[in-house]
Every structure is written in structure tokens, then in C-alpha cells.
Design a protein around this ligand. Structure first.
Ligand code: FAD
Ligand code: SF4
Length: 481
């Protein structure tokens, strides 16, 4: 097992992310040794660690007199390419094995969509439900419906008690020392040299059990809610444990189903189905999209946008309260929940015309769970619509109205969420129209967006001009918003 600095230079990662990966690797190595395996483990600052996968593997092949090189399919295209090229350079035989960590094979995904014009997540999700029998009664979905979304997604009530979360404190000063010794670049903060992310299976299982019994009862209901007061709400915080393979997706789903069977009064089916859809549906779907579309996916830029990400994305220092909170929280915890990523930071980047490479660089660096297969499909696809509609049938964007409805951010914001063209008007309101007008040619024929242009066309020309002027001036002053 190799801590490699090659993994720290393709993008600048959050310090908690680097530390969590190294700590989880080290714990896993110890577990393997305790089980009687022989493990070679190299620290990132160990003398002679070149930081290159190829060089380190070559050295081990010679020093251990290895007769055959075998590896499991990695999750990233970059690494798959590197490993398959490495194999062609070897004078010993090599073999690659499929990964056991997902529920849908790469070929299975391709076969499901063969001959279809669009990659509809819903059709994939239903296929996965049928294939696995999860939440099924024979060939019918449990509860008579595939999707209970309309019962979910409420705003938080004004009198709201923050849910308790397990108190995990992993002291990682030795890992931090190694990161410092190796001069690895990083972003974000870490408090008291400790992280609250799980770094072994016991901790991952503790978070999973806590989620299934205490948070799942409200998961779907408040899935889209956002508040200044709490970063995690009823979200599971399991993405790192899943992506680092401390947990298998099936055991996550089964634990939640067991909790529901034990206590159906407390956990309604809509909460359970909403959660299962994230793991069995979205997570597997994103992986399928990644492997069916790479490497060209990493260069898609449907709107042909060029703008650089404003500097305040790296500091959180913006007057826009929603962005200030979502960014600050990301720098502090290496975490933001889905709607903060999609409808706050992603929404702003889309409306402002930020280059998708810049968007990817930010998302891939900052989040504890960011690994390219799931980051790029969510960012370039779902959030930025840079794939022109492979993942989503229309861009996910909104004016201030959505953020106002789903959060308490606007109440504490110097901008006015209700107006478009005043000096203190919320930037989302004019940028929303600016985005649609400048991309009219690319979007107008989309049946899900056509109505938007009808509304725009009905506005008075002087109002239209004022909105576009406001949008122009905001984009010119983007660093000072
Ligand atoms: P919960 O809300 O509790 O959801 C449960 C689980 O469902 C998650 O742990 C995750 O494994 C899965 N899941 C939910 N939504 C998605 C989705 N859209 N795609 C894939 N899996 C999903 N997720 C990542 O794991 N890594 C990323 O790098 C990542 N980047 C994102 C970038 C953008 C712009 C957006 C909009 C979303 C991104 N997501 C990413 C998806 C989602 O936001 C995170 O999985 C989720 O916020 C993680 O927090 P949680 O574990 O508390 O999730
Ligand atoms: Fe965000 Fe606009 Fe609301 Fe301020 S007013 S919090 S910028 S949506």
C-alpha cells in the first residue's frame, strides 16, 4: 500500500481528505496484518518514496521477486490508464480483476442503455430494483410506487432541534506530520489535528447504524433543506465510507431496510425509498455514466464557457450569504450536502458561466468524498450541464426563489431575494435570466425549458434591458459579490 504524492498534484485536495485516506489506508493495512497477510506499506515521507505509482511498483516487483502482477479495476480512468500501460511495460504476466464494490457492472450499464437515445436514471433505477429485488414485491415496487419524491423535500420547521451525530474524533497528528514533511499542497482547515470522518470499518458501521435508526426517519422529508445552523441535518455522511470502500453499498441499503422492518411506524417507506434511490440509483448510475463516457466526458463544455472561478470560492469571503455558508462549511468540514452543492455553489457557477474545468477542480479538491467517477458526473453533468443533457434533461438552476424557499440563508443576507435590478438585488435573480438569454439558441428547443422563454418574451423590453445590464455588471464585478 502506497501513500503517493502523485495523488496530490492533479488537483489540490482538502487537508481532511488527504488525511482521512492515509489514515484509513493505514488502519486497513493493520487489519490485514492482524489477519495474517503480508503487507508492504510505504509512508508518503518515507526515504526513497518517489511518489510515482509506476516507479514504486517496479521497485517492489524486483525486491520481492514478484512472478505475476495482479490488480483490481480502479475507480478512476486516470489510474486505469496508468495501470494498463504499466502492465504493457512489464516482463512478467499481469491480470486485472473486476471490482466487487458496486452493484452494477460496467458492461451491464452499457447493455441496459444499448440502442436507447437517452440515459434515463429512472429506467436504470427500476432495472436495478428488479435485478436486486430491493424494495420489490414480485415484479411490483413495494408500496405500489417506484418513487415517493412528492412526499419528500420540505423546508425545516422554524422550531427545529438539531439531530445528534456520533462523536467520532480521530487524532491524526502523525498523518498530518507526514503530509507536512512531504510538502503536499492542501486547502481547507482541520481542528486540533483530528477529523470526524470514519477511518475504519467499526466507525463506518457506527455512523451507518446511527443513520438508519436516528436520521433515516426524516431523511427524505428534509433532504433538500438548508440552514445556517447545521451542516449535516439528516444526511448520512456515508459518502466517504462508501467511496473509500469501508462499507459496501449493499450493506448500507440492507441496514436501512432492517431498521425499517424493525420499526415501520417510525421510518416511513417514502424515507427509505428516497435513501435507497440515492445508493442503488444515483450512485450506480453516475458510475455507469462515467465509464461509458470517459475520457471524452472530461472535456465537454456544452455552453462553451470560459470564466474563471472567483477567488472567494477558496475563502468563503462573499456577501452572498448562501454561498458564504456553503463554501465556509466546505472549507471547515470538507462537506456540503447535495442541495448545497447543486443549488447554491453549482447553481452560481452555472449561471455565471464558469468553465467546467474550474468547477471540477473545485469540487474534486474540496469534498471528502470527491473521487473523479462520482465528482465529474455530478459536476460537469448534473450541475453544470456541460454534457449537454447526458445526465440531466435540463440544467438544474434557479433564481433566489428556490434558495429562499428551502433555506434560512436569505433572511441574513445583505442582498434582497425578491428583486432583480436594484443595487442590492440578489445576483441569482438577474443572472438566472442572463444565463437563459445568452444560451437561448442551445436551450430554447428543450421542451422542459420552452416556457421560460415565453415568460421572458412577455416582459417589457425596458425590464429585459435592465435585467441584462444588471447581469453584465455583476459578471464584470464577480470578484466583489
Ligand atoms: P446523503 O444525502 O446521505 O445520501 C446518501 C448517499 O447516496 C451518499 O453518501 C452517496 O453515496 C449517494 N448519493 C446521493 N446522491 C448522489 C449522487 N448525485 N451521485 C452519487 N451518489 C449519490 N458525491 C460523491 O460521493 N462524491 C463527489 O465527489 C460528489 N460530488 C458532487 C458534486 C456536485 C456538484 C453535486 C451536485 C453532487 C455531488 N455528489 C458527490 C453527490 C452528493 O452530493 C453526495 O454524495 C452527498 O452530498 C454526500 O453526503 P452524504 O453521504 O451525507 O449523502
Ligand atoms: Fe443567496 Fe440571494 Fe438569498 Fe442572498 S438573497 S442568501 S445571495 S439567494
Amino acid at each position: 500500500m502506497l501513500e503517493l504524492n502523485q495523488e496530490s498534484f492533479y488537483v489540490t485536495h482538502h487537508i481532511q481528505k488527504i488525511a482521512a485516506f492515509f489514515a484509513a489506508m493505514e488502519n486497513f493495512a493493520e487489519k490485514l496484518r492482524a489477519d495474517g497477510h503480508q503487507v508492504i506499506y510505504k509512508h508518503v515521507d518515507a526515504p526513497g518514496n518517489t511518489g510515482s505509482l509506476n516507479e514504486e511498483l517496479s521497485k517492489i516487483i524486483v525486491s520481492e521477486d514478484i512472478g505475476c502482477f495482479e490488480y483490481q479495476q480502479p475507480d478512476e480512468y486516470r489510474l486505469e490508464k496508468q495501470l494498463s500501460e504499466f502492465c504493457t511495460s512489464l516482463s512478467i504476466p499481469s491480470k486485472v480483476f473486476d471490482t466487487e464494490h458496486f452493484l452494477c457492472g460496467r458492461d451491464e450499464f452499457t447493455a441496459h442503455f444499448a440502442g436507447k437515445k437517452t440515459y434515463l436514471m429512472e429506467s436504470f433505477y427500476r432495472m436495478m430494483r428488479r435485478k436486486t429485488g430491493i424494495l420489490m414485491l414480485g415484479d411490483e415496487p413495494l408500496g405500489g410506487k417506484w418513487n415517493f419524491d412528492h412526499e419528500n423535500r420540505s423546508k425545516l420547521p422554524s422550531k427545529y432541534h438539531l439531530p445528534q451525530i456520533p462523536n467520532i474524533v480521530n487524532a491524526i497528528s502523525q498523518v498530518l506530520e507526514r503530509i507536512q514533511n512531504a510538502n503536499l499542497p492542501s486547502i481547507g482547515s482541520i481542528h486540533n489535528s483530528a477529523i470526524a470522518w470514519p477511518i475504519n470499518r467499526a466507525q463506518a458501521l457506527q455512523i451507518l447504524q446511527h443513520f438508519a435508526h436516528n436520521l433515516l426517519p426524516n431523511f427524505g422529508t428534509f433532504q433538500d433543506a438548508m440552514t445556517e445552523k447545521d451542516a449535516f441535518l439528516y444526511h448520512s455522511r456515508l459518502s466517504f465510507a462508501l467511496n473509500a470502500k469501508l462499507l459496501h453499498p449493499l450493506e448500507v441499503i440492507n441496514t436501512c431496510i432492517e431498521a425499517w422492518i424493525e420499526n415501520p411506524e417510525r421510518i416511513a417507506l417514502n424515507q427509505l425509498e428516497g435513501f435507497v434511490r440515492q445508493i442503488l440509483g444515483w450512485r450506480e448510475y453516475m458510475r455507469g455514466i462515467y465509464w461509458s463516457q470517459m475520457p471524452k466526458y472530461a472535456h465537454l463544455n456544452f455552453f462553451e464557457v470560459e470564466r474563471k472561478l472567483p477567488d472567494w470560492f477558496w475563502t468563503g469571503k462573499t456577501k452572498m450569504n448562501c454561498l458564504h455558508h456553503a463554501i465556509d462549511q466546505s472549507l471547515e468540514h470538507a462537506y456540503a450536502h447535495h442541495i448545497q452543492r447543486l443549488m447554491v455553489t453549482g447553481n452560481f457557477m452555472l449561471l455565471a458561466g464558469i468553465h467546467p474545468d474550474e468547477a471540477d477542480r473545485w469540487y474534486l479538491g474540496i469534498y471528502i468524498d470527491a473521487i473523479e467517477w462520482v465528482e465529474i458526473t455530478n459536476t460537469r453533468g448534473m450541475s453544470q450541464f456541460a454534457d449537454g443533457g447526458i445526465v440531466g434533461s435540463k440544467p438544474y438552476c434557479s433564481s433566489a426563489a428556490y434558495i429562499q424557499k428551502m433555506s434560512d440563508y436569505c433572511a441574513g443576507c445583505p442582498y434582497d431575494s425578491k428583486t432583480k435590478t436594484e443595487a442590492n438585488s440578489c445576483p441569482f435573480n438577474s443572472l438566472y435570466w442572463h444565463f437563459h438569454v445568452r444560451n437561448r439558441e442551445k436551450l430554447e428547443r428543450n421542451p422542459r425549458i420552452g416556457m421560460m422563454y415565453k415568460t421572458w418574451d412577455k416582459m417589457q423590453p425596458d425590464v429585459q434591458q435592465a435585467v441584462l445590464r444588471k447581469g453584465d455588471s455583476l459578471l464584470q464585478n464577480i470578484e466583489n459579490l
